[in-house]
Design a protein around this ligand. Structure first.
Ligand code: AMP
Length: 332
């Protein structure tokens, strides 16, 4: 039986969902992609969908491709697959999740393999700034790509197994900040309830997601000693390559403490600025309590959502302008 809350949400794109299932049926070889520098939502949605297809269509060959993550891989998600280049010469379906633009799709094979796909489906919850692919299912009202995919799978009448449910639950927890951010809705809770009903241990899931090492306290302590705050309440910390080395931290982990500034009166937005010497850029993760910071992120080679966006600086000299733009958002 169809769930009313889930059905109402997919009303405007149910034709596209039908088409997605037609394509899954049509292709024997399927690759699921997502964006680079993966987070819980990217990994969880990708793997959850892969488990679902393998479970319901056992004769299909399904692969998950993309870069690994310094801490999430192994602890929370499995290592990604690397396929021979020749594999991509035969027809295959590409399903890309949680990736707003074509150039953000990640491959672990030094080959832009998704460009070789016979058919590409985009499933995303970011604003559809780059409507790539042959079929798009985009719903920006979903708190996580995992929430959108969970909606589609739970309402499909097919089996949603435990592994699929765990991965989608991780995805949703990740992008809603454990049901904390404004993007969390009745629909989010409905989907979470239906996933938990598949029978997994919630404590084990949170342990895989959030357990840290005692050494991580050193990083948090450094940030609490060294953060700065602008005139109108934009808190930030800067991790230079030298500091990263001192803290024994790879640049991918620089943003991990960004939310220590959440829920303090007078702090309106907060960001981490991390040097990535290998990439020759500064990674920026911006969060906001209420006002949208998305346009500012877009101006600085990034984007994302109203309350959580990413950006990049080519040089450190761009930082004062970025801070000024953010600070200006909060001038009364
Ligand atoms: P992050 O700060 O990397 O955790 O990213 C926060 C949110 O913004 C996530 O939903 C990302 O997918 C999104 N995001 C980060 N960087 C970009 C970018 N360059 N373009 C579009 N969206 C981004």
């Amino acid at each position: 039986m169809k769930n009313k809350i889930l059905s109402a949400r997919q009303e405007s794109y149910k034709k596209q969902i039908k088409e997605l299932f037609r394509k899954i049926k049509e292709f024997d070889r399927i690759v699921i992609y997502r964006h680079g520098h993966p987070d819980y939502d990217a990994f969880g949605t990708q793997l959850g969908l892969a488990h679902f297809i393998k479970n319901n269509y056992p004769s299909k060959e399904v692969h998950c491709i993309g870069d690994d993550h310094v801490t999430l891989t192994g602890r929370c998600f499995p290592k990604m697959e690397v396929l021979e280049h020749s594999w991509f010469e035969k027809p295959f379906l590409a399903i890309v999740v949680d990736t707003s633009t074509f150039d953000r799709i990640s491959t672990s094979d030094e080959l832009l393999s998704y460009e070789k796909a016979s058919y590409i489906v985009k499933i995303d919850h970011h604003p559809n700034v780059d409507p790539y692919g042959n079929l798009q299912i985009v719903d920006t009202s979903m708190g996580a790509a995992g929430e959108l995919v969970a909606n589609i799978l739970l309402n499909s009448g097919k089996k949603v197994g435990k592994e699929c449910a765990i991965n989608l639950y991780k995805a949703i927890c990740g992008d809603t900040g454990r049901f904390l951010y404004e993007c969390t809705t009745i629909h989010t809770f409905e989907v979470a309830k239906l996933l938990i009903e598949k029978g997994f241990n919630i404590t084990k899931v949170y342990s895989e997601m959030y357990d840290q090492k005692i050494s991580d306290l050193e990083t948090t302590a450094w940030i609490l000693k060294n953060y700065q705050i602008t005139e109108h309440g934009v808190a930030y910390y800067i991790l230079t390559d030298e500091t990263l080395k001192k803290l024994d931290l790879p640049p991918e982990r620089g943003k991990e403490n960004v939310n220590v500034f959440a829920h303090f009166e007078g702090i309106n937005a907060w960001l981490s600025v991390t040097e990535d010497v290998k990439k020759g850029e500064w990674r920026v993760s911006i969060r906001s309590a209420a006002k949208s910071i998305e346009d500012v992120a877009t101006k600085y080679h990034g984007g994302g959502h109203a309350q959580a966006s990413g950006a990049k600086l080519k040089t450190f000299d761009e930082l004062p302008a970025l801070l000024k733009d953010l600070d200006n958002l909060f001038v009364e």
